[in-house]
Design a protein around this ligand. Structure first.
Ligand SMILES: Nc1ncnc2c1ncn2[C@@H]1O[C@H](COP(=O)(O)OP(=O)(O)OP(=O)(O)O)[C@@H](O)[C@H]1O
Length: 356
C-alpha cells in the first residue's frame, strides 16, 4: 500500500494557480525528491502535505487515511509527519537535548521515557557528546542533525525536508547527503525532499518528481529521468541535456532506432511504440558525443575547451553552417584549441516521446 497518495491536488492563492493536477503515489519507506526551478510550487506542495496549507482541489491520504480535501483538514500535529526546514527551526535558548525532547514533552511522554528516547536518538545521529550545547555553538551540519534527531525522537513515519542543504558549503553538503542516506536507512521513514539541485535529487532519491509551473512533468527513478526524459523541459533540466532535431527517424524494434543528425546516421533509443517520422526531437548528454577521425562524422569547430581533470569540456558549433551548439566531454589526455576543426559523432540519444 502506498504511504502517501496525492490525488489531482490543486492549490490557488487568491486567483493565482500555484499547484495543478498533482498526483503521486509514494511507497512506505521510499525516498522521494521533488526537483524544480524557483517558484515552481515545491514548498507549497510540502506545506500542503504537512498540513500548513488547505487544498483548493483534490486530496491527500497518509497511511491510508485522508488528511486533506478542500473540505476536510487534519492539523499538522495529527499527521505523524516530521518537518526539517532550511533554517532547522531550533530553539536557541534550549540545549540540543532539550530541543529534541520538547516535542515529546508536548506529546505528554513521561520524563524517564523521554530522556531514554532522546539519549538513543542523539546517539544515532552521533550527537551524544554535544547534548548540553546550545544551537549557537554547533556547526551547520550539527544543527541539521539535531533537526533530524527531533524527527527520529517523534518516531515520524514521514519526514519532509525543505531544501535542507541550501546555504551550506559544498563540503558540508556532501557530508550531509551521506547523513540523509544513513538516516533514511536506519529509520525506514518515508522521505519527501524538496530541492532545486538536481545532483542532490539524483544522488539521494529512489524516485524524483520533476516540477515546473505547478505541475509534475515526470516522476521516475533517477536513471530513467536521465536516460529517458518525458519531454524537452525535463531533458533540459537533468544532466545538461541537449535537445535537437533529427530527420528520417526509423524505429528498428526493441526500443532502438536510428535517425539523421546533421546528415549523419546516429544510433538512438526510443519508446517501444515509436513510429517512423520525417522529423523528431532527441536528447543526449555531453558524454554521448565523441570525436571521430576527420571527415568521418559531423563537422564542428571548437568555441571553448575547458580543462576539467578527467575530461575536456568542449563547446562546439556543429553542422555545415556551424550554427548548432553542442557540448561534449573529451576524455583526458586531450588538447584542443579555440577555432580547431574536429569531427564528432553521437553514440547514444533518446527520442523524446512527445515528438511522436
Ligand atoms: N502565501 C502565498 N500567497 C501568495 N502566493 C504565494 C504564497 N506562497 C507562495 N506563493 C507563490 O506561489 C508560487 C510557488 O511558490 P513556492 O514557494 O511553492 O515555490 P518553490 O518552488 O518552493 O520556490 P523556491 O525554490 O524559490 O523556494 C510562487 O509564485 C509564490 O510567489
Amino acid at each position: 500500500m502506498s504511504d502517501i497518495r496525492l490525488d489531482t491536488l490543486g492549490k490557488n492563492f487568491g486567483s493565482t494557480r500555484v499547484l495543478q493536477d498533482v498526483s503521486m503515489s509514494i511507497e512506505a519507506g521510499e525516498f522521494v525528491a521533488v526537483l524544480g526551478p524557483s517558484g515552481c510550487g515545491k514548498t507549497t506542495l510540502l506545506r500542503c502535505l504537512a498540513g500548513f496549507e488547505r487544498l483548493t482541489e483534490g486530496s491527500i491520504a497518509i497511511g491510508g487515511s485522508t488528511v486533506s480535501t478542500p473540505k476536510r483538514h487534519t492539523p499538522p500535529e495529527d499527521r505523524g509527519i516530521g518537518v526539517v526546514f532550511q533554517n532547522y527551526a531550533l530553539w536557541p535558548h534550549m540545549t540540543v537535548a532539550q530541543n529534541v525532547s520538547y516535542g515529546l514533552k508536548i506529546a505528554g511522554i513521561a520524563k524517564s521515557d523521554r530522556d531514554a528516547r532522546v539519549a538513543k536518538v542523539l546517539d544515532t545521529v552521533e550527537l551524544g557528546p554535544l547534548a548540553n550545547r546550545r544551537p549557537a555553538d554547533l556547526s551547520g551540519g550539527q544543527r541539521q542533525r539535531v533537526a533530524l534527531a527531533r524527527c527520529l525522537a517523534m518516531e515520524s513515519r514521514v519526514v519532509l525536508l525543505d531544501e535542507p542543504l541550501a546555504n551550506l558549503d559544498v563540503h558540508l553538503r556532501g557530508t550531509l547527503e551521506e547523513e540523509f542516506a544513513r538516516f533514511h536507512k536506519r529509520s525506514g521513514a518515508t522521505m519527501f525532499y524538496i530541492t532545486h539541485d538536481q545532483s542532490e535529487a539524483l544522488a539521494l532519491a529512489d524516485r524524483v518528481a520533476v516540477m515546473d509551473k505547478g505541475r509534475i512533468l515526470q516522476f521516475a527513478a533517477p536513471r530513467q529521468l536521465y536516460a529517458e526524459p518525458a519531454n524537452e523541459t525535463v531533458a533540459g533540466f537533468i544532466g545538461e541535456g541537449t535537445v535537437t532535431g533529427v530527420r528520417n527517424l526509423c524505429p528498428m524494434g526493441g526500443g532502438r532506432a536510428q535517425g539523421e543528425l546533421l546528415g549523419h546516421i546516429a544510433p538512438l533509443r526510443c519508446a517501444a511504440n515509436q513510429t517512423a517520422l520525417p522529423r523528431a526531437r532527441i536528447t543526449f548528454h555531453p558524454g554521448d558525443l565523441h570525436m571521430v577521425p576527420d571527415q568521418h562524422g559531423i563537422e564542428a569547430h571548437v568555441i571553448r575547451a575547458t580543462y576539467r581533470g578527467a575530461f575536456l569540456r568542449t563547446e562546439v558549433m556543429a553542422g555545415p553552417n556551424a550554427d548548432i551548439p553542442f557540448t561534449l566531454n573529451i576524455p583526458a589526455p586531450a588538447s584542443l584549441t579555440q577555432g580547431q576543426r574536429i569531427s564528432i559523432a553521437l553514440r547514444d540519444g533518446w527520442v523524446l516521446p512527445e515528438a511522436a
